[in-house]
Design a binder for this molecule. Structure first.
Ligand code: ADP
Length: 474
């Protein structure tokens, strides 16, 4: 065993050479790298430091003489091997804090370091090239995929406009839904690969901020109404009429957050709030808050949310679909716009996603003073009352008047959808009914499950039977 004196540092396997010596110049410790590079096997300890650095250290009396500026600075020296061949090294030699008679020398082989950094550069270039090839490939493939999906969708739409029997209509509606999902996935993959390859550029231009919000609202309002959810959008009057930013991408972020809020909320409401939080010259920071009263997210899963391809768990992807790319894309877009995105959520209570972005403001545009509170609709539940939270709790609790009321409302909407052969929407209401009966006695839960299966199969008779049975319980 190598004798280490009183030193016991975890540097044995360090990549740089580590040598310790005392005021007599005697080496008391050398790590494996030092022994290997200097080609000493066991006999490096006990040598004089001038054997290694003869140009810098000279034997003098009982110690050594040197001009070396001990301390934090890096110095280039020449190190000598046992066979007296030499190589340049970058060194730092310090005295030990508690013991000024002990010296620690850390040295790196300069040629090897240069060789390594050339190799790293080469690997970096190769990786960049591979990423470029990959993103070009993804761009080509997704483009090629779009054409056949468009073809299928166009034809299906044409067929759907004609006379059809129930079974055929249901199958075609399903194909159309699949096409829409495919479009979303293709767009997400394309954006994701561009962002990953650093090839994504924002296209800022002046746009009417409130018109943009109206457009976002219009994208979702039908589904929100169908689900019987409340929706509120509040815009601070301090935000000017026109701002300069990438409208398309802001819409994309809001659409994604709103679709998620809608997807994961069966009862209650969705709230959108936009504030101006800072201004520096002609740039303003906008702060968006999108909150829902949906299924919420476990604290342990929150960190995973913004990673690519991440969904909270496999059962979520089975039940609600999606690729897990949406929030990662949102995060990257928000960061490109100089902001941050965050989430705050409580399981079974709801989630709040908030993000900030910086936009420009047009010179001519003054501040708007109009009333910016835009309540769109409230369903049967009074979302604005003081006991709002309590009411929401009661809606979830099986057997409460609020729960029964909500069940009745969803059941009648469900049966209406079935009558109109809109099985997709019926499934949506069924999901709400399933959640509202989660705490119900087993026989009711079984009926609810049978109703769900009947809807999935498009079996009209069984749906009616299940509906009647559930109605009776209410
Ligand atoms: P996807 O396209 O699969 O929905 P996202 O990145 O948009 O991907 O979302 C990832 C996951 O985050 C979702 O699958 C879901 O588990 C969770 N999540 C996102 N938004 C919400 C929300 N408002 N409420 C509950 N869970 C959510």
């Amino acid at each position: 065993m190598e004798q280490r004196g009183e030193h016991n540092f975890p540097v044995d396997d360090a990549l740089e050479m580590v040598i310790m010596f005392d005021s007599a110049g005697k080496i008391s410790y050398a790590n494996e790298t030092a022994k290997k590079k200097l080609e000493y096997k066991r006999d490096l300890c006990g040598r004089h430091i001038s054997d290694i650095f003869p140009n810098t250290f000279r034997v003098s009396g009982k110690g050594f003489e040197t001009d070396y500026p001990f301390g934090n600075s890096q110095q280039n020296l020449v190190a000598y091997r046992k066979n007296r061949t030499c190589f340049p090294v970058e060194t730092r030699i310090e005295t030990e804090k508690d013991n000024p008679d002990k010296y620690i020398c850390m040295a790196n082989d300069i040629l090897e370091k240069e060789h390594l950094s050339r190799e790293v550069e080469q690997v970096r270039k190769e990786a960049q090239q591979a990423l470029k090839v990959k993103s070009e490939f993804v761009a080509n493939v997704t483009h090629e995929l779009r054409t056949p999906v468009n073809g299928v969708q166009g034809n299906v739409r044409e067929l759907l406009s004609g006379e059809l029997d129930h079974g055929t209509r249901k199958s075609l509606q399903l194909i159309e839904r699949c096409c829409e999902d495919m479009h979303k996935i293709i767009n997400n993959i394309l954006d994701f690969s561009k962002l990953e390859a650093g090839k994504f550029t924002l296209e800022p231009r002046e746009f009417h901020f409130r018109n943009m919000l109206d457009y976002v609202k219009a994208n979702h309002i039908n589904k929100i109404t169908e689900k019987g959810l409340g929706f509120f959008m509040t815009v601070s009057p301090q935000i000017p009429e026109c701002v300069i930013g990438d409208e398309l991408r802001i819409v994309q972020i809001l659409n994604n957050l709103l679709s998620n809020a809608l997807k994961f909320t069966s009862f209650g409401k969705i709230n959108v709030q936009i504030l101006k939080t800072a201004q520096v010259n002609d740039r303003i920071e906008l702060f968006f808050i999108v909150s829902d009263t949906g299924i919420g997210i476990d604290p342990a899963d929150r960190d995973k949310l913004f990673q690519s391809f991440s969904q909270v768990d496999a059962s979520i992807s089975r039940k609600y679909g999606g690729t897990g790319l949406g929030l990662n894309i949102c995060k990257q877009l928000v960061e490109l716009m100089g902001g941050r995105i965050e989430v705050d959520s409580e399981k079974n209570k709801g989630s709040t996603f908030s993000f900030s972005i910086w936009t420009g403001i047009s010179k001519e545009d003054g501040m708007t003073q109009k009333n910016d509170i835009l309540p769109v609709m409230t369903s049967g539940i009074d979302q604005t009352s003081d006991g709002e939270d309590e009411k929401m709790e009661n809606v979830r609790k099986y057997g409460t008047p609020e729960n029964k009321e909500s069940l009745k409302r969803n059941l009648s909407k469900l049966i209406l959808c079935v009558e109109m052969e809109n099985w997709e929407k019926a499934e949506m209401f069924m999901e709400t009914i399933r959640q509202l009966t989660e705490e119900a006695p087993p026989e009711i839960k079984r009926t609810s499950l049978r109703l769900k299966m009947a809807i999935q199969k498009g079996n009209y008779d069984k749906v009616t039977a299940g509906y009647n049975e559930l109605e009776q319980y209410l």
